[in-house]
Design a protein around this ligand. Structure first.
Ligand code: MN
Length: 481
């Protein structure tokens, strides 16, 4: 299980009784958080000297299960002592600016109390050294039992889990990127250096071999499962069985290669009868990342965000078609087949329909509408000299009318702060047509994740002012290299 180290700083100025109290209170806070933030909280002994601080940071680095450290100042811990330790630590850091007692004890407060409970004082010394050393961290402020503060920590923990998984995240690319397309491209090596993702090519023929090894019985058994989960529209169960074989083969192939995300490309389907549709959707529903047209960045991002969201309501998506009716403007998102059913609202239909692209037989696919509600759309682009994460808050809506002839899963949403500014900002930032749509995550998850990776993150939300946004992008060009 992932763990987070809770490290309390102090010094020897206040005597042993005070240090005992600091240790006791730290344990109480750590235990409280342990039950609430989604990771085991390990309370380390209070650190009071430079060698102790350096050692605890080295040990945290060396613990494979440690996804980050939380630092807390009950008292005052002179920050020159922290310099060597902070040079050492390379895991995500959260500074919790909290105090053991919630209310000030007006009647009884004296200098002993002040010296024992001086988080406000100690926090400033502590964060000064982070600032001076340009050490990125999340600052969380509030009482340790405050739900808002705990939620901020929980979000950071989820982001840290996905960040920690980065170095194990392998993307299997069946085929290259779609010919001539720019936005799905990028530097795989610099991306690995930042986010840990390794992205490797595998021949489609190797997958076809795996598909040919799937027995008819196995595929038939899986089709029976589909019948229980979905409303079967098609009578062409042979076409459905073909995708069942793809699903089984994909899972075996990815398991063999240690990959948790994959891409396909309709231009490279040698030996396959259909473009993977239903099978890609089913794989995503199990938590695998996916990117169409060779889009390995979105494949990995889908996996990373699914990890962050515990695979709740998080899907590969594509901006497809506008509704430009005045004051009711919206975006219809879909893909030629592959939208993850974790965002489905109600009935999911399974059908086989012709597909004009890819020059193969009509593929089986799941068809559904995405649910209404607040969500974020996230895009990762390589803009030449660096990666940029773009996170837009959106409101998913129920379509005004049925779309009986639309043979794919779809979502409809309105961007914030309004249609024009939201779309303009996304375009100006170079956001892709492929994105990850998540109802479970918030912009704070994405900001935390970007901070951990040390990459640029731009947010488009209800506070976005288009002119300021343009200026922010210009500043970003100066700041990020
Ligand atoms: Mn696409």
């Amino acid at each position: 299980m992932s763990n987070v180290w809770f490290i309390t700083g102090s010094q020897h100025l206040y005597g042993d009784d005070a240090l005992r109290q600091v240790a006791e209170d730290s344990k109480i806070i750590a235990d409280y958080l342990n039950d609430r933030i989604g990771a085991e909280v390990i309370c380390t002994p209070v650190v009071t000297t430079s060698p102790e601080i350096t050692k605890v940071m080295r040990d945290a680095n060396a613990d494979d299960n440690c996804i980050g450290v939380i630092t807390w100042m009950h008292t005052f811990s002179p920050s020159k002592m922290w310099i060597d330790g902070l040079k050492t630590i390379d895991k995500p850091i959260l500074h919790f600016s909290t105090q053991f007692n919630e209310a000030l004890p007006y009647e009884t407060i004296d200098m002993d109390f002040m010296n024992l409970n001086q988080s406000a004082h100690g926090d400033r010394e502590h964060s000064h050294i982070y600032a001076l050393m340009r050490k990125s961290r999340k600052e969380v402020v509030g009482h340790w039992q405050d739900e808002d503060a705990i939620n901020e920590i929980r979000i950071w923990v989820n982001a840290a889990k996905a960040f920690a998984e980065g170095s194990k995240l392998k993307v299997c690319r069946f085929g290259d990127n779609m010919r001539d397309v720019a936005v799905t491209e990028g530097n795989k090596v610099t991306t690995q250096a930042k986010l840990g993702w390794s992205v490797d090519y595998y021949g489609i023929g190797d997958l076809v071999d795996e598909i040919n090894r799937v027995s008819d019985d196995e595929a038939t058994e899986l089709v029976e499962k589909y019948k229980k989960e979905y409303t079967i529209i098609t009578e062409d169960l042979e076409a459905v069985k073909e995708q069942a074989k793809y699903e089984i083969a994909l899972e075996r192939f990815l398991s063999k290669t240690g990959c948790t995300a994959f891409t396909t490309n309709f231009q490279d389907l040698h030996g396959m009868k259909q473009l993977p549709g239903l099978s890609a959707q089913r794989m995503m529903a199990k938590g695998y990342g996916f990117g169409a047209e060779g889009d390995w960045k979105t494949a990995a991002l889908t996996r990373a965000l699914k990890t962050m969201a515990d695979n709740d309501s998080t899907a590969f998506m594509e901006d497809y078609t506008y509704n430009l009716t005045k004051s009711n403007e919206s975006i219809l998102g879909a893909h030629m087949l592959e939208v993850c059913p974790t965002i489905a609202d109600g009935e999911i239909k399974l059908d086989v329909q012709p597909l004009g692209i890819g020059d193969r037989e009509p593929p089986a696919r799941l068809i559904f509408n995405a649910k209404p509600g607040k969500a974020i759309a996230v895009s990762l682009v390589d803009i030449g000299n660096r990666l940029r994460l773009i996170c837009a808050e959106v409101e998913c809506i129920k379509p005004e009318k049925e779309m009986p002839n639309l043979p794919v899963a779809s979502a409809m949403w309105k961007p914030f702060p309004n249609f024009k500014s939201g779309v303009k900002a996304w375009l100006l930032a170079g956001g892709a047509h492929h994105s990850v749509l998540s109802y479970s995550l918030t912009k704070e998850h994405i900001i935390d994740y970007a901070r951990m990776a040390g990459i640029e993150c731009v947010v488009i939300d209800d506070t976005t002012n288009f002119n300021d946004f343009e200026f922010k992008l210009m500043v970003g060009d100066a700041v990020w290299h």
